[in-house]
Write a protein that binds this ligand. Structure first.
Ligand code: NAD
Length: 308
């Protein structure tokens, strides 16, 4: 593979300013330019993009600037012989810090007081509402970059960390690792269940009414993965009937979440607009990944984060 152009697709603007991405990717050898949906590609192009487009299959290599690549047709990339890489590995601080924020808000009731602040409302939560994270159990589902970051931070806060990973192998700072077929048992004692897995055929609809019923009535679900990992109606019912105590959702079934969606006003929910990974240096993190792979191509090595 010989890369003669890096084409930054305009959809990148969903995650960071286009100009910043172009500037960060500029190097001495390969020209960088922005492209829109009218662009065409050939076998010397690398495309850097947020969203997939069919025309990208004509390029040599497409780099998706998100960790999840569920929107890309991996089979079509393999059939076309187009290399596809993703951005796993750069979200180990951002998303876990956001998760700690959700957990802290629920335990210390910060989201409730922030809501009341607008009404100059001094009402204090009931005596039995606040609790400490220390000593509580968290179940981290998916122990990759994000899951390990959540495990490290929650362990440091004195939480009892259990996790779910396909191999079942031990993980650092995780006291007990379950396999996906033991998910019921993994969530049963947890005060928090944090979803950090990709959206795949296996994980779609994984959190359904039956799994929510296995969770404690005083537990919270955190979804920083992808919306369809959770069955929407099942979660809404579980929040309404007190099957679980609350949920923090950064990933949704439809994005933006529709204006009339019941979660917006749900007092037990924290809704964020898919920003758990946001950082003012996202463009630099992506550029470092792309540049590392450009160098690997020059050296004839295999690419990092290759998914097709
Ligand atoms: P990663 O590839 O480093 O880790 C994912 C882990 O999940 C892997 O270890 C994988 O083996 C594991 N896994 C797969 N199926 C599983 C299952 N059924 N049960 C348990 N574990 C399973 O990816 P990452 O960077 O940690 O990101 C994870 C996911 O989080 C992404 O695929 C993406 O969907 C989502 N994400 C969301 C945001 C956001 O802004 N909210 C940002 C980045 C990533």
């Amino acid at each position: 593979m010989d890369i003669a152009r890096i084409a930054v697709h305009e959809s990148v603007a969903k995650a960071c300013p286009l100009e910043a991405m172009v500037a960060a990717l500029q190097g001495p050898d390969v020209p960088v330019e922005t492209v829109g949906d009218d662009a065409s590609f050939d076998a010397s192009d690398c495309v850097v993009t947020f969203s997939p487009r069919e025309a990208f299959l004509d390029a040599a290599w497409v780099h998706g600037i998100r960790a999840g690549y569920d929107e890309f047709d991996v089979d079509a990339y393999e059939a076309a012989g187009t290399v596809l890489t993703n951005s796993t590995g750069i979200h180990g601080d951002t998303v876990p810090e956001t998760v700690v924020g959700y957990l802290t808000a629920f335990a210390r009731r910060l989201h409730v007081y922030r809501d009341r602040q607008g009404d100059s409302d001094w009402t204090q939560e009931p005596y039995d509402a606040p609790f400490t994270l220390t000593g509580e159990q968290v179940c981290v589902v998916g122990l990759g970059t994000i899951g390990q970051g959540v495990a490290d931070r929650t362990d440091a806060l004195g939480m009892d960390v259990v996790g779910v990973r396909r191999s079942g192998d031990p993980a650092e700072n995780v006291e007990r690792v379950y396999t996906p077929d033991e998910l019921d048992a993994a969530v049963a004692d947890a005060r928090f269940v944090v979803l950090c897995c990709p959206l795949t055929e296996e994980t779609e609809g994984m959190v359904d009414a039956a799994l929510l019923a296995q969770m404690r009535a005083d537990s919270y679900l955190v979804n920083v993965a992808r919306g369809p990992v959770v069955v929407e109606d099942a979660l809404l019912n579980a929040l309404d009937d007190g099957t679980i105590a609350g949920a923090a959702l950064d990933a949704h079934w439809e994005e933006p979440l529709p204006d009339d969606h019941p979660l917006w006003d749900h007092e037990s929910a924290i809704v964020t607009p898919h920003v758990a990974a946001s950082t003012s240096r996202y463009h630099e993190d992506i550029a470092a990944l792309v540049q590392e792979n450009v160098e690997r191509i020059d050296r004839g090595e295999s690419l990092r984060n290759r998914v097709a």
